[in-house]
Design a protein around this ligand. Structure first.
Ligand code: URA
Length: 211
């Protein structure tokens, strides 16, 4: 589809995703699984983080050892509310990451995205951003979120989701061809309400038990 799309089809992620898809998976289990997948996605999408060598002392000898450069701290921006599930997992693995939130909702009739909240770290210009949202369906929220984040001029942006629809990926890449997308799976299609088929239902409702 495009060089800027990575499907992270690791068996652990796929197994956990299958459990999340099942309609009878409980809210508690769904939440735990999304957090675990968030950790695994963080592991994959941070592969290219630069490291700096520092001299340390082990119990046996002095050595030059790699560590993530302090100034490279990431910003993870959660698209509320379902993005919180991935964010929680990523923070377990990268506790020093800075965090931003963007609140968007889809008008149920027009599917147009409306922003109601935006807060990101002040020094975002010096930082790399991971935007997280489990579902890339129409791609409208992802496009709007990244558009808004670009206005703050971060050093780089990656978009990380769990499930994507082909229509959403195409739309996103038309609007943001410079932003790489990472997903665990690409499903068949969208239904007439903009839900991913076969998907897993409404990620926010399943995460918080609101339906
Ligand atoms: N958002 C969801 O939570 N699920 C979908 O299938 C599409 C958008």
């Amino acid at each position: 589809m495009t060089a800027f799309l990575t499907v992270i089809s690791h068996p652990l992620i796929l197994h956990k995703l299958t459990l999340m898809r099942k309609a009878d998976t409980s809210t508690a289990k769904f939440r735990t699984l999304l957090k675990e997948i968030g950790m695994l996605l963080a592991y994959e999408v941070t592969r290219d983080l630069p490291v700096k060598y520092e001299t340390i002392q082990t119990p046996m000898a002095e050595m030059s050892a790699p560590a993530i450069a302090a100034e490279k701290k990431l910003v993870i921006i959660s698209i509320m509310r379902a993005g919180q599930g991935i964010l929680d997992g990523m923070l377990e693995l990268i506790p020093s990451a800075r965090v931003g939130h963007i609140g968007l909702y889809r008008d149920p009739n027009t599917l147009v995205v409306i922003e109601y909240y935006f807060k990101v770290p002040q020094d975002i210009e010096d930082r790399d951003v991971l935007v997280v949202d489990p579902m890339m369906a129409t791609g409208n929220s992802a496009v709007a979120a990244v558009q808004r984040i670009k206005e703050t001029n971060p050093r780089s942006i990656k978009f990380v989701c769990l499930l994507a629809a082909p229509e959403g990926i195409e739309h996103f890449h038309e609007q943001h061809p410079d932003v790489p997308v990472y997903t665990a799976a690409i499903d068949e299609r969208l239904d007439e309400h903009g839900y991913i088929i076969p998907g897993l239902g409404d990620a926010g409702d399943r995460l918080y038990g609101t339906k």
